[in-house]
Every structure is written in structure tokens, then in C-alpha cells.
Design a protein around this ligand. Sequence first.
Ligand code: PD2
Ligand code: ZN
Length: 285
Amino acid sequence: MQVTPELIAWLDSQRQAGFGDEALLKALVNAGYTEAFSLGLLSEKKGAAVQPDAVRQSAQPVQTSSTLPVTSLAWFGQQSTYPVLDVDVQVLVQMKHPQLAVFEGLLTDAECDALIEQARSRLSSSLTVDSDSGDSVAHQARVSSGMFFQRGETELVGLLERRMSTLLGFPENHGEGLQILNYKPGGKYDPHQDYFDPAQSGSHVHLKRGGQRIGTLICYLNTPQSGGGTVFPDVGLTVSAVRGRAVYFAYPVAHVSSACLHGGNPVIEGEKWIATKWIRESVFQ
Ligand code: PD2
Ligand code: ZN
């Protein structure tokens, strides 16, 4: 494990935001660093950017690391199949850094089809978050159309949300409403981070609604004929879009060191439908 400039910058920014060593240690360990490495880092870089008490007290913490509901993939490395309420979920792939897993069986084929039909008439062009204003704006980096369900809006959405929170161990009310996306040929989502960059002013409006995002679950609702996989450039991984599969990745630290850069590869032939659940550190409203 290496002390990178990015890691030092993250440590500085968290200390400036008022976090103490206990919270920082937890966040580092949750992100996959060993305790010995994390303790060494904290003591070696002690107080590198600590500000006077008055500034520290008035700073608004952007990430309450000590209250993360998903501390790690608790099931990591234990079983290959998990009973989740009324279904059995298979774990096809697991990684520790980034914290990532690929699942099969979380949604049945019939549920995938039904979710698409419930969303189809409500799609509109997808937008991205403007980093300065926080507004939603059209951007060429994201070519798709989509919609959001309210939490529990339909019986099916409610059931899927209960399965998701049971599998991953987060309270249902920490989840944003389920988002459905539809990509046509040429549709894509360039690599990005799903967390709100604490350094950007536009993030604050989003952070008020439940704190930072800490994990993403992308469920594939159909199988495009060609293209459309989800790519993780930091680790050279592409997860193929196959109906009924899902990829989960967690970023307990809102920083590139979580290695959660990811994108949707262009759809080459056919179309692609996904359902995405983003998990917040606190209750999302
Ligand atoms: O469609 C995808 O594979 C994809 C890739 C990256 C979706 C998202 N991000 C997202 O919804 O955040
Ligand atoms: Zn994303």
C-alpha cells in the first residue's frame, strides 16, 4: 500500500472539514487500507493541515465517516450464494479494492421486464449534475433517457428495494428512489464518480438530502446484443450487461482512492436498460 499524493490530499481535506483521527481511521479501514497502514499514515501526517479550533468548529463536515451504514461488504469471501428474502442471490465476482461484487438472481427475468414496462412511458433525457451550481444539465458525457421511481412507489419497486437493503445491509430509507435508464445504440455514460465532490460548490445542495453517496447498485434489466458493459478503468474490469445481473460498488471515502471510477460503455447493437440504486450515508429525503 502506497501513500499517494491523492491520499494525502484527501487526509488534508477531511481534517480541514473537522474530522478527528478516530473517524479517519474508520474511513481508511472501510476503504480497504489495513489498520497498521492507516495508523502509520495518520501519525506520520499528523496535523498536516489542521486548522485553528475556531475554523474547525465552524466547518461543515461533508462526510460523517463514523455513521456510515455500510461499513464494508460484510459477507465478503464467505459464501457464493445468499438467501435474500424470497430469492437466492449468487455472488459471481468479489473484489476488495474497490469494494465491488457482481450478483446474479436479485431480480427475475419477469421482474426485469415488468420494471421496464412500468418505467417506459415516463422516460426523459438524462442529465448530469453541474459541479458549480448543482443544477441538472444536459451533457454529451451522458447519452440516455431515464426516470426515477419514488421509494416503494409500486409493489414491485418496494419488493426489489427490500431485497437490495437486505443483501447489502443498509436501511431502506438511506436509498435514493430507484432510477431506470434506457440507452439506445451509441448511448453511453463516460467514466465518472457517483459521489458528490466535496470540493465543488454544486455538491452542497445534494449533500443536504441524506449526506454523501457511499455505494451504487446497478441492475441490468436486459441484455444488449453488443456493447453496454460497465467499465471500471482503475482496475481494468468490465462487467457485461446481462439481464438479471447486478454490480455493486462501495466508496466509503468520497475520493479517487476508493478506485470506483466507472462508466457505461457505448451500446453498439440493441438497447440497454438498467435500474440503479444509490445509497446515502444518512436518511435520503
Ligand atoms: O449504465 C451503466 O453501466 C452506468 C455506468 C456508470 C450507470 C451509471 N454509471 C450510473 O447510473 O451512475
Ligand atoms: Zn455512475
